[in-house]
Design a protein around this ligand. Sequence first.
Ligand code: ADP
Length: 361
Amino acid sequence: MSIQLKHLTKKYEGSDTPVLENVSAHIEDNEFFAIVGPSGCGKSTLLRMIAGIIPISSGSLYLNGEVANDLAPKDRKLSMVFQSYALYPFLSVFDNIAFGLKARKQPKDLIKQRVDKALALVNLTDHRDRKPKDLSGGQRQRVALARAIANESKICLMDEPLSNLDAQLRAKMRIELKELQQKLGLTVIYVTHDQVEAMTMADHVMVLNHHHVQQIDTPLGVYQHPSNEFVASFFGTPQINLINAQYQNGSLKMDEDFIMDTDDALIEGHQYKVGIRPNQLQINSDVNNGNAQVVNVSQLGDRTMVEARLKNEQEVRIVLDGQVDIRPQQFIQIEGANGYFIFDADDRSLVSVKKGALTNA
Ligand code: ADP
């Protein structure tokens, strides 16, 4: 089932300002599509409009090529999985999964067949008679998932389904979910504020912020070619450095002693932001008087994170491979970067992507 959003806008009743404006996207059959953005940006609102739980203010929603704006939720042939699982505490696992099918008065043997299949798919066959309270968080989430599977709807909408689980379980469930989606050929629309979930599971990612779509792209696309500063800082940990710089005579001047030549035709005297991922910076720590002073060092095991300050007080995060012996207060020389982005300081949009080693002029 494909889904198309055309210029969707949502204003809640009594409010003049839209919470979503002009959202367009095409979600292919069998696609894992993530909607990602900070809390309050309108992710759940968009999902609820697709589900038919709340009305669309303007624009069109197409399900398999047909306008579906006014289709009743039950006729949209989709299932939903929420963060809160929404399981019935007094029903067994089996009955929770069977609930929707029973409500639709499906024949008993068909219900049993579908529930058994769904239980097997989420590895809960042995837990069929338990009550939700006797399950772990991950198992409860799998029951919610099995309920969606048993409905055999080809579109599954998920709203932060893993956010109540601890980090380890979340990582495991991410893999399980993605496997299931592929095995069942589901079209999944997955809402999350977690950039890692979006990056690891999705075929395409829609990045929302400030009521608008910022970018729709593959996970690598948003990382390697972010359309603006927001997208660049949303993906990747530690966060990308965004360093104020002025363009002068063919160079971007971030500080008196940190200047990079560029062949871009930029505006003389204009302000830009240079975006450099922390692992892209090249430094020399064996210097007496470098261009940055170390403020803090964190040993992360396989990597070392260094926070340093340029002479004009701008802070820079640097991630180095392995355990590097660098101490607070010492000076280091930032020698260049393996690639960087240039953003316009006024409208924050991407101006250029630079690849390869670039040196401090
Ligand atoms: P997200 O899922 O990204 O956290 P939501 O879609 O839940 O964001 O909310 C987007 C904005 O819409 C928020 O500012 C929120 O306060 C507002 N909002 C959500 N639901 C309603 C509602 N029923 N009535 C009015 N405003 C709402």
